[in-house]
Design a protein around this ligand. Structure first.
Ligand code: COA
Length: 175
């Protein structure tokens, strides 16, 4: 099984049995406020089942559970874009609130970045961060991503237009 050690846990593929912990950690308005609307809130057992079913892959997964204290408490993952953007991967991640501020994503995002460049034909990895999400911007800066752009009022969340910050790393900029 493909796993990556972290100081406080590990990254590993999603698997059956993760559903209960996934619901407990993911069903959180403070997480939902910073991610796309397709991320459910409230996060139901049915949402968790379909997430695990579509991600329980042991061969080059796109999403990894962030396992802390033996349970799935977050996710790091990516999607490869298509058409003229087919050499781009967009990353996304979230962590259960009880574990925020312990450096877990600062450690996990560089691992995910290397995994993508090592295993996929991707030339650029990027992330989209909503304006108020200082923690996520710090994670990306620490990982060596560059702040490329602000898309003014590009997103809508909670009925408000919000600036979106684009962070990216090119393959040639890998550490
Ligand atoms: C964003 C998130 C993934 C950060 O994960 P984390 O493991 O708590 O981050 P870290 O502990 O590695 O902290 C990274 C840095 O951000 C800082 N930070 C974390 N939360 C912060 C906050 N709310 N305000 C200001 N700074 C913050 C930390 O102090 C640290 O700073 P440093 O690099 O100067 O030491 C987590 O807060 C989360 O899941 N948020 C909700 C979902 C989300 O925003 N996903 C990303 C969408 S782009």
């Amino acid at each position: 099984m493909l796993t990556f050690q972290l100081s406080l846990g590990r990254l590993r593929p999603w698997r059956e049995g993760d559903e209960e912990a996934l619901v407990r950690h993911a069903s959180n308005r403070r997480i939902w406020n910073n991610v796309r609307d397709f991320f459910p809130y409230p996060y139901t057992p049915r949402d968790a089942s379909s997430w695990v079913r579509s991600n329980k892959s042991y061969h080059q997964p796109n999403n990894f559970a962030v396992e802390i204290n033996g349970e799935a408490a977050g996710n790091v993952g990516f999607t490869v874009k298509d058409d003229i953007y087919r050499f781009n991967a967009e990353i996304g991640y979230w962590l259960g609130e009880q574990y925020w501020g312990r450096g877990i994503m600062t450690e996990a995002v560089p691992i995910l970045t290397n995994y993508i460049f090592d295993n996929f034909q991707v030339n650029r990895i990027y992330a989209c961060v909503l304006d108020n999400n200082i923690g996520s911007m710090r994670v990306l800066e620490s990982a060596g991503y560059r702040h490329e752009a602000i898309h003014r009022k590009a997103a809508v969340k909670n009925n408000q237009y919000i600036d979106e910050h684009i962070f990216a790393m090119l393959r040639e900029e890998r550490a």
